[in-house]
Design a protein around this ligand. Sequence first.
Ligand code: PLP
Length: 386
Amino acid sequence: MDKKHWHRRTNAVQAGIGSDPAYHAVMPPLYMSSTFAIDGIGHKPAYEYSRTRNPTRDDLAQALAELEGGVGACVTSSGMAALTLLLHLLGPEDLLVAPYDCYGRSYRLLCALAEKKHFRLQFADQYSPEGIAAMFEETPKMILIESPSNPVMRIADIGLIAEKASACGAWTVVDNTFLSPMLQNPLKLGADMVFHSTTKFLNGHSDIVGGCVVAGTKEILTDLEFWANSLGVIGAPFDSYMTLRGMRTLELRVHRAQENAGIIAAQLEAHPSVRKVYYPGLASHTGHEIAAKQQEGFGAMLSFELEGGIEAVDRFVRALSVFRLAQSLGGTESLVNHPATMTHVSMGPEARAKAGVTDELLRLSVGVEHIDDLRQDLEAALQAAS
Ligand code: PLP
């Protein structure tokens, strides 16, 4: 059976298996070598130097491309390196349209590069018909989408935006970090590129930092590979090996974490100390219908606002024992994040207020622990906060 017709879970479990030509090891070996011997002058082996190509990184790139339905992928040293890589497809006259509420460090990078005239930048509201119309008043070269957005989980209609972008010759690029390829495949919705912080759900064990860009066409892939090699933003073989290993259980982890997140969202929504819950799986969420249409699940990320100001937030966080206050997300363990002072601090107060990142907002990355322990932990912390 052609592996193009496998279920994605099978692709993830089987990634790289049986690729060892030397000893037929079932699990693909880890090639740490930076350099490879060449048979003679003028001979062009498959692998020469690991910045350009490395077998372990290639195994991961192929697995990522299969999961996202792309023609190929570039594996990078972080999610930010993946964004840096794809921004090199733009020139100084090109217009990039990005969401005003994207991940804080993406926001910072976009502003810093635009200031140095690497491209022209427009932040947009990608969630309303007026906002979407404004995105196309001038012809953009690239539209960046983050859906669900970090941290208030706004949902952009990827198919609709990609259709409009393609009609005017613009690329649509989606940051798919929050859902992973198990729950959303932007290329199938019409996007041209997908990128991930593989640090998160794809690796899934909070023990490496990595990223990738998956390309929808050969032309885009060729350009990305040129820039990845030229800039040297490539992922390390060991990190690639770890990510490939983590990806074998991606479906199991994502589904268990998502199940937990759905229960927790309902628990928080019913609690008097909680002002608002942002989870696309709730009928009260503004993006619920679009999420149900374009996603295969609502994911394991959610945010909520506590009543009682920053003091209540502090009491809540201190009372937790299973959820840990930390940066990052998408690991097997549950984490809590305070975006205003952590992930989104670099946005500045004005942009944060516009993006809805209040001081009372907390973001949860729900893990795969037993749901009773997670519920009790949150219930005790809510009591301590009120
Ligand atoms: N995109 C999103 C949505 C993120 O949450 C993050 C990191 O938190 C990144 C990109 C950047 O990834 P990395 O930290 O691997 O550079």
